[in-house]
Design a protein around this ligand. Structure first.
Ligand SMILES: Nc1ncnc2c1ncn2CCOCCNC(=O)c1cc(-c2ccc(F)cc2)cc(O)c1O
Ligand SMILES: [Mg+2]
Length: 214
């Protein structure tokens, strides 16, 4: 049967990228998605904003919701200080299988912990599963209608502390209206919009950065 898009993306990485070089894996995926087949990675333009927030926060504990092929996991993990880990949750086993191989190819497997499962099921188990107390940084890039319920879950599970940073992809396209309304109007968050474009297109999209105030 025909290969899937993630499998074709993985093949391009194995063929064109330099093993053990995260930047070359990132550039290869961006080239493939711009010139061969569009795919829902955060991309290079929004990826640069993601990079700057990760560098600013320099998190000791980081969580990503929605791994897909591992592009943003590689982007985030390549910037993490030694000894820190990114936990990334992926619901779709086929995506997870490709992401594991792309993460391994980039050489960042020791900095990334990929867990298969739904965010709603895994978030309540995070403290016991990973021995963490709170999260310094969360990148939301999974089902757009799960952003709001999942940050409420993070609050309830006491996984956020004063100063925890949430960065949400796709707040314009496909859009997360209920999430935006909540973080922009809740007294418990200070929110800021970073205008950009939907990956590899001219369509408007952006990232919302929200600081939990405790
Ligand atoms: N652990 C978990 N728990 C729960 N759910 C989970 C999960 N892990 C994964 N999932 C499920 C879904 O994951 C993928 C979500 N991402 C997107 O859907 C997405 C779509 C577009 C897009 C598509 C078409 C257009 F025309 C325009 C834009 C762009 C993006 O940048 C996107 O990120
Ligand atoms: Mg996205």
């Amino acid at each position: 049967t025909r290969s899937t898009r993630p499998q074709r993306l993985l093949k391009a990485v194995q063929k064109k990228a330099i093993k053990g070089d995260p930047q070359s894996v990132i550039s290869t995926i961006d080239y493939f998605c711009r010139h061969s087949e569009w795919a829902m990675n955060v991309g290079d333009e929004k990826g640069a904003i993601l990079d700057s927030v990760v560098c600013e926060v320099s998190p000791s504990t980081a969580l990503e919701l929605g791994t897909y092929c591992g592009y943003s996991a590689v982007r985030i993990a390549r910037l993490l200080p030694p000894g820190t880990k990114l936990i990334t949750l992926e619901f779709n086993p086929d995506y997870a299988a490709v992401a594991r191989q792309i993460i391994e190819y980039s050489g960042l497997q020791d900095k990334i912990c990929l867990v298969e499962g739904a965010s709603g099921d895994l978030i309540p188990k995070m403290q016991e599963l990973f021995g963490i107390k709170t999260l310094d940084f969360v990148f939301l890039d999974h089902w757009k209608d799960r952003y709001l319920p999942d940050i409420k879950l993070l609050e309830e599970c006491q996984l956020l502390r004063k100063g925890s940073i949430l960065l949400a992809d796709n707040v314009i396209c496909p859009g997360t209206p209920d999430y935006l309304e909540y973080v922009r109007n809740s007294p418990r968050y200070e929110s800021k919009y970073f205008k950009s474009h939907l990956e590899y297109t001219k369509v408007e999209d952006g990232l919302e950065k929200s600081v939990f105030l405790g």
